[in-house]
Ligand binder design. Sequence first.
Ligand code: PAF
Length: 280
Amino acid sequence: MQIISNISEAQNELIQLKKSGKIISFVPTMGYLHAGHMSLVELAKKQSDLVVLSIFVNPTQFGPNEDFDSYPRNLENDIKLCQEYGVNILFTPYRQEMYPVNFQTKVLLNNLPNVLCGLSRPGHFDGVAQVVLKLFNIVQCDFAFFGSKDYQQVQIIKQMVIDLNLPVKIISAPIKRENDGLAMSSRNSYLNSHDRTEALILSNTLNLAKKLLKNGLTNVLEIIPVLEKNILKTNGQIDYIKIVHTETLQDLKHINDKALLALAVKFGKTRLIDNTILER
Ligand code: PAF
């Protein structure tokens, strides 16, 4: 496995590989890799000749009171995992090179960032779009893989790819869960054992919604209070529980054929998200 930090070195290497006809898959991450990330690598390997994984804790997607400084990092372990799973190029750019002092360009989308997580994390998705566009331009991948726990992020990246005619196909992979149902996330490492147990209410609530729908409840105004009550059995502080259109992410009143149920809940200081598709 090659480890490259310098942007032009990575870009030149990948231009050469592309010219020689290699199909390139890309898994962008912020590191602290877990089985969720590695499931993306496994998928990526099937789709291409070589897999590039990036690790960059992107400062522009963190708000001023968010966890940029404390975001978990463990490069040594990440390198081991990448080697074990057959990543070909590990790209670990430096912050000063990604955002030099005179950096000026923003990438702003109009509608998709203004709902769900975007409401409590203003600017977050602009930062995500900005860094992902930069990474795509450096890596020049044919396919890029994202976990669907960050459903809104995936929709935004897909929209950016359409709007800007980027020559990359976005592939979203199913949420990877721990055996007890907790969606895998680097931020789970913040949870103490009490909050870790309480956080199981997230997947429990998604399953409850599926049961309600199976029992014929389709009115969103009736479903949401039942889900809220379920979460409030714990000390979790609800940021949002929403049932929305799977593509536009706009609120639905009624579940017709399918809908996205997305939620964000804080346990202690840790804000966790989860989602599922509800299908009739
Ligand atoms: O999902 C993530 O880890 C990040 O938002 C991403 C896509 C790597 C951009 O920094």
